[in-house]
Design a protein around this ligand. Structure first.
Ligand code: FES
Ligand code: FES
Length: 899
């Protein structure tokens, strides 16, 4: 037996042959060591060997023997955080926190030379959430947090309630648990884009030592479902089986192997013998709409429209007449690429049977309550027999508004009676999870000489891939806010969501609206150019105003209305900031061209379909509170915001409120944390619940003291009743004597929906020969109502803007006959520190009358104006319109040098 010294403790253990240090340490229950890739690309697994940082996924475990291994858990000394942990605390240099351990283990070794060259020094560590600004702040000793003062929680930059646990490695993410007798599940995925499985021989797999079961389509329940999570399941087609006998995209799961170890399960997958009958495949949605195109599904799934899963069309006014009245018309086609969420924590879940004889599923999900309903449907069991919950979730961005792992682990555990875990690899994320829908949008837009729009006509084709979850809803979103953002009497839209043999589309931050915002914002700029108008003036002239009907292409009235209005202020802020400049010049050389661009985005806060949420809050014997909310905290900071909202109402400190999230046993129902609902729906539930509890406490205090009710008010840890001050602990004790429980529960629904805006300004330099783009100045203004936590809102926007730059400039899923050829972080390229410009972020000074405590949605829409602002700046710099994402150097070069 070998001896390993980890964080000063000695372990006797023998690594498996070929085992890496990362998995070895996790086998020792050192869970602060994370996995983002297992390929040396992300740095989430960084540990020290004799004081030097290494990506532990690249280090053979046996090399750790005889060396001092330090992980995030071993960094604090004598109960005192390491200075870097403290710096990350004070700057709040994380959101989901999944990257934080690796970031700290890397940066804690930095000297001044490293700090002076962070783009280079941080090239081995990726963060998907923060846009790196807060990490940069931490490394420069910036303090972003404020004091937690009773009664002043709302609007304060308070730290995340789980900060210490995250930064010391104690926070438990989905996979950070040791369970006795745990089995591991792995799946074999189809190498073919379209194929019928004619034979699977399990003999070889079952002969692999440690393999306990192999499941194929013959073994599983044949109840179709959609993996998409929505309140109304009818908005998504039931087109998926647990395991199918037909593979419709390269990467679809076709068999599951369960074994005593992950290695054995993987070996079992490799040992399966599968015969396929290759079927004709179609990848292009336009080709898939043609008569005679290969059909993706059988008649029981498809309608008479063949592969067209959903078509939407509508018109207000008379578009043909509108174009007749136009002095200038622009028409062009724009297309957006398929991209992946790349939440650093991959998908995964663990299922087991509890002592209560119920099934428990621990999962990385944005919607555990809807997962519970879907699992009950598939397995044919009552929901009461199922408990679905999240621990800390390492990012979502819409990718976890999807049930893609829970079904198989529950099925296997129900079959085998043992706990079963399935943790996805990074490659599986790229080939087997959902992506942003690729959309192609033709825009025709006309205006009078003075810039007044007369007609807007949009034609959208969305490639929904092999399965249709989110296909109709993203198409609906694509044809909603981006068109409704502009006043125009004549609007028309036609859209199709089409099945193809591609990896399925799904929910993704911006949710369809990102795609058509790109097209329309580019088209508005082109029209302004034709008319010789300034792009800011063009937008000011046409953007919707209070009192307008907020309408896109449908005649039916909408429940979206202005609870506040700040687009005018956002446009002013960005225009002023760009005009003022930031002193960054374009690089020297005649081949560099410089240009400036702007784009706006509008967001109806919440989906047009149902969304509901509940909250429960109670006073505890020690005078503090407990709040239970069904929404998921996945780095969006919703737990921090909810706590601040409750503290603001009860007049206490946020730190005096404990919070439980996203648990079907322990929190009230919540549709899910997606579609910009965390603040406006579950936040509203928290608001009215805290208010109800406050009323209950004051009513009781009034009765207890004899003071008039209007003489009673909450004051931190006490109630003031006239001149008398009663501690909440005393009040609780008095209540207990008469069996009075201080508790409240309320529910919130979405409608009406208020409206938020974002404006992005970009000044860039582009090299005409190499195609390199450098962002010289990036300015973002957001109309999000009252920021509940300004630091956190800024962090969300930093992350959204960085993700937007990734979509515009570096990220690209390259497919060949439906097979992704670059399913690794090093080849897919989410923005690293070096790729991410620092963005100046501003808020409009609005206070919303619909959203709770004046707030609106804030985390989602920031991504939408980035790509069009970059395209508009490129057009300004070069005179050439780049209409197809992403703007990679080769594309820039090809287009600028085309004859
Ligand atoms: S998990 Fe080791 S570098 Fe990503
Ligand atoms: S906070 Fe860095 S990946 Fe989420």
């Amino acid at each position: 037996m070998s001896t390993f010294e980890v964080n000063g403790r000695s372990f006797s253990a023998e690594p498996q042959p070929g085992q890496c240090l990362r998995t070895f340490l996790r086998d020792l229950e050192v869970f602060g060591v994370k996995k983002g890739c297992d390929a040396g690309d992300c740095g989430a697994c960084t540990v020290w060997l004799d004081g030097k940082p290494f990506h532990s996924c690249l280090v053979p475990a046996f090399r750790g023997e005889g060396r001092k291994i330090t992980t995030i858990e071993g960094l604090a000394k004598n109960g005192e955080m390491h200075p870097l942990q403290k710096a990350f605390h004070d700057a709040q240099a994380f959101q989901c926190g999944f990257c934080a351990a690796g970031m700290i283990m890397t940066t804690a070794t930095f000297d001044q030379t490293h700090k002076d060259d962070l783009p280079h020094a941080l090239k081995g560590n990726l963060c998907r959430c923060t846009g790196y600004r807060s990490i940069d702040d931490a490394l420069h000793g910036k303090v972003n947090i404020e004091d937690d003062v009773a009664g002043r929680a709302c609007g304060a930059s308070l730290p995340n309630p789980f900060t210490d646990a995250i930064l010391t490695g104690k926070a438990r993410y989905t996979m950070d648990v040791a369970i006795e007798g745990l089995l591991h599940l792995k799946v074999l995925r189809s190498p073919h884009a379209h194929a019928r499985i004619t034979r699977i021989d399990r003999t070889g797999a079952l002969a692999v030592p440690g393999v306990v079961a192999v499941y194929t389509s013959e073994d599983v329940p044949h109840r179709r479902f959609s993996s998409a999570l929505h309140e109304d399941h009818l908005v998504d087609p039931d087109d998926i089986l647990l395991l199918d006998s037909v593979a419709r995209f390269a990467g679809q799961r076709i068999a599951a192997v369960v074994a005593e170890s992950e290695g054995a399960a993987e070996a079992g997958c490799r040992a399966l013998e599968v015969e396929y009958e290759i079927l004709p495949a179609v990848f292009d949605p336009v080709a898939a709409m043609e008569p005679g195109a290969p059909l993706l599904h059988d008649k029981d799934v498809l309608t008479d429209s063949g592969n067209i899963f959903c078509d939407l069309q509508g018109e207000i006014g008379d578009v043909a007449q509108g174009f007749k009245e136009a002095d200038a018309v622009h028409e062009a086609t724009y297309s957006t690429s398929r991209v992946q969420h790349v939440h650093l924590e991959t998908h995964g879940s663990i299922a087991w049977k509890g002592d209560d004889n119920r099934w428990h599923v621990r999962t990385s999900s944005q919607g555990p309550f809807v997962v519970q309903k879907k699992l009950a449907h598939i397995m044919g069991i009552p929901t009461r027999d199922l408990h679905v919950f999240t621990e800390r979730v390492g990012g979502g961005f819409g990718g976890k508004q999807e049930m893609v792992s829970e079904d198989l682990v529950l099925f296997a555990t129900m079959k085998l009676g043992r706990p079963v875990k399935w943790e996805w690899t990074r490659e599986e994320e790229f080939i087997g999870a959902t992506t942003r829908h690729q959309m192609t949008t033709r825009v025709k837009i006309g205006a009078r000489r003075d810039g007044t729009l007369t007609a807007l006509d949009v034609h959208v084709v969305s490639n929904t891939g092999a399965y249709g979850g989110h296909g109709s809803e993203t198409l609906g979103a694509a044809m909603a806010s981006p068109l409704a953002a502009y006043r125009c009497d004549n609007k028309k839209g036609v859209g199709y969501a089409v099945y193809t043999n591609m990896v399925p589309g799904g929910g993704f931050r911006g949710y369809g609206a990102s795609q058509t915002t790109f097209a329309i914002e580019c088209a508005i700029d082109e029209l302004a150019r034709i008319l010789g108008l300034d792009p800011f003036a063009m937008r000011r002239k046409n953007v919707v105003r209070p009192g307008d009907n907020v309408e896109s292409i449908w005649k039916e009235p909408s429940d979206a209305s202005f609870g506040s209005y700040g687009i005018d202020e956002c446009l002013d802020i960005v225009e002023r900031a760009l005009a003022k400049g930031n002193g960054v010049s374009r690089p020297d050389g005649a081949d560099w061209a410089e240009g400036t661009g702007v784009a706006l985005a509008m967001l109806e806060c919440g989906p047009p379909t149902e969304h509901r949420s509940g909250a429960e809050m109670k006073l505890l014997p020690d005078g503090t509170y407990h709040l239970a909310v069904g929404s998921t905290e996945m780095g969006n900071g919703i737990a921090t915001a909810h706590r601040q909202m409750a503290a603001a109402i009860t007049g206490t400190r946020a730190s005096d409120i404990a919070i439980t999230n996203a648990d079907t046993d322990r929190t009230p129902y919540d549709t899910g944390t997606f579609a910009s609902t965390g603040t406006v729906v579950s936040g509203k539930a928290v608001h009215i619940t805290a208010q109800a509890l406050c009323d209950d406490i004051l009513d009781f205090a009034s009765r207890h003291t004899g003071a008039d009710r209007d003489q009673c008010r909450l004051d931190n840890d006490a109630v003031l009743c006239g001149n008398r001050r009663i501690l909440l602990t005393e009040l609780f004790a008095a209540g207990a004597k008469v069996d009075h429980r201080f508790a409240a529960s309320r529910k919130a629904y979405l409608s009406p929906r208020t409206i938020a805006f974002n404006v992005q300004g970009v000044r860039l330099a582009v090299h005409r020969v190499t195609g390199e783009i450098r962002i010289l100045h990036s300015v973002h203004a957001a109309d999000i109502g009252r920021p509940i936590n300004p630091m956190q809102c800024r962090g969300q926007l930093d992350g959204a803007v960085a993700m937007g730059y990734g979509w515009a400039l570096t990220e690209n899923m390259v497919h060949d006959e439906g097979r992704m050829v670059n399913p690794q972080l090093r080849n897919y390229r989410i923005p690293a520190f070096a790729d991410t410009p620092r963005t100046d972020i501003f808020f409009a000074g609005t206070h919303d009358t619909i959203g709770p405590l004046g707030a609106k949605s804030q985390g989602e829409c920031g991504i939408n104006p980035i790509a069009p602002a970059v395209s508009n700046a490129l057009a300004d710099a070069t005179g050439v319109r780049f209409a197809h994402l992403p703007f990679t150097p080769d594309r820039i070069f090809s287009k600028l040098t085309a004859p």
